[in-house]
Design a protein. Sequence first.
Lengths: 194, 77
Amino acid sequence: MQKQFISDGALLKVYLEGNESALETLIKRHKSRIFTSIYLLVNDRYIAEDIFQETFIKIIHCLKSGKYRDEDKFLPWALRIARNMAIDSIRQRNRMPSIVTDSEGNDIFSYLDVREVSKEQTMIEKEDTSSLHGFINKLPAEQKEVLILRHYADLSFKEIAELTGHNINTCIGRMHYALINLRKMMQKSLVPLK
Amino acid sequence: MTREITNEDILLLVYGELNPEDKQKVELAIAQNPELKQYLLSVQQSKQLLNTISEEPHPTSVAIIQEFSHDSHTEAV
């Protein structure tokens, strides 16, 4: 017997009627796209886990308070929330001072033995820059965002244009250059391409 | 679509964003133009490579969300 596909809109309706398993189905259906997009945007697994949770908590709040009505566009809406949270997180991280001091002005990291962490971190960074993930991170921000939203989040160029506030042709052009730049980086590092 | 077919049209083709009529026009142009065909192949290869990245959230994250939903539902009742 063929399993019947239930649309996101129908699942949201059932969820609001009190069926918790409808949310489970929605998460299962979209978690990989949403999480991969967040992870590639923020480039930190722990931060990505936090943003993923916060995204769905916000979604639940909006749903239960009746603020969300466009049932057929659940994924673009969820990704809009995730993207905004990821951007806020990146801005926050960029605002953080590089040296944290205590009340007496001493570098607080001097109290901690960070030698092993640094060694491990260096190894991760080394590995990352030679991987596809590392290449994606090296793309100009605007190209990276379109690539993630089109390829991993599976949004159409029209949806990306609406989400980012840019012209659709600009978004297509950025995707074109993102792929060209990725290819160049891969060829330079001798990642085999057919 | 009456204008010349570009690389951007091929991107739309590879990502399944063309209507049947435009799709046919782009496919015809590719068949007649080796440069467009080469670009199509390179985009298809890149797409395949990009598909190798797929991340999943930790099951704990999903459990936290479900617990929050359950609790907020119970509170509402």
